[in-house]
Design a protein around this ligand. Structure first.
Ligand SMILES: Cc1cc2nc3c(=O)[nH]c(=O)nc-3n(C[C@H](O)[C@H](O)[C@H](O)COP(=O)(O)O)c2cc1C
Length: 220
């Protein structure tokens, strides 16, 4: 298969991605580009393919105003990013959950059977290999997968010459409470994994500062 992008273009895309501190509030992402960024999230890999995420695009100015006090790391984004996205991670995703059943039947299009080799294999994977023995561990595992979707969306945006910022700088308890209180999220099923913003920068990108490869890459 021919290369879709060459190594030099990969370097360009990754050097171009920058956690944007100052956005131009007057520039808006074309709908087609936004859909492509969402596709990067939607098609991201996840454990067993379960897609343990939801993407909430915050359009309401009221919600943005409400979360500002407990989201200091999002203030730059709230001040001018075109899009603010909250990524929710699924809770309680076990092999025998109602969600697993719905995913098997509706996405994979096969009959669910909790005694099938697939279901039992996934049960063993979760309990024996990953030891996801508590709700917290289970949630942490789905959160980790949400970060894959996050990373893919950031990279897709960079490839489209769109800026972005991952955001963890908010009070998780208050954010979860807010979304639950406003019926924007069922706290039994979901918790906030991370947020991110997208738009166009109003600043120049500083050169990347990173360890050299030989500090972080080892062949064993
Ligand atoms: C998980 C995660 C959370 C982050 N949270 C914030 C945040 O709340 N606010 C912010 O301005 N930047 C945030 N950042 C951006 C990082 O500070 C930034 O990625 C890092 O300094 C490297 O810079 P670069 O992304 O421009 O290369 C976050 C990055 C990651 C990956």
């Amino acid at each position: 298969m021919t290369q879709i992008v060459n190594p030099e273009q990969i370097n360009t895309i990754f050097n171009r991605r920058y956690a944007t501190k100052k956005y131009n509030p007057d520039k808006h992402i074309p709908e087609q580009d936004w859909q492509a960024i969402l596709t990067a999230g939607r098609l991201s890999p996840s454990s067993n393919g379960y897609e343990p995420w939801q993407f909430l695009l915050v359009k309401s100015p009221q919600i943005k105003a409400d979360i500002r006090p407990f989201a200091p790391g999002a203030v730059n984004s709230l001040n001018g990013a075109d899009k603010l996205l909250i990524i929710l991670a699924r809770k309680g995703l076990t092999y025998d959950s109602a969600y697993a059943k719905s995913w098997v039947e509706q996405v994979q299009g096969v009959k669910y059977d909790q005694n099938s080799p697939q279901s039992q294999g996934f049960k063993a994977f979760q309990s024996q290999l990953l030891k996801l023995s508590t709700p917290e561990r289970l949630f942490s595992w789905t959160c980790r997968q949400c970060y894959i979707a996050l990373a893919n969306m950031l990279t897709a945006a960079a490839a489209l010459d769109i800026d972005s910022c991952p955001i963890e700088g908010f009070n998780y308890e208050q954010m979860n409470q807010y979304l639950a209180d406003h019926q924007l999220m069922d706290p039994q099923q979901w918790g906030v994994a991370v947020m991110c913003s997208f738009g166009y920068r109003a600043q120049t990108i500083p050169p990347k500062k990173r360890w050299p490869l030989n500090k972080i890459y080892h062949e064993i």
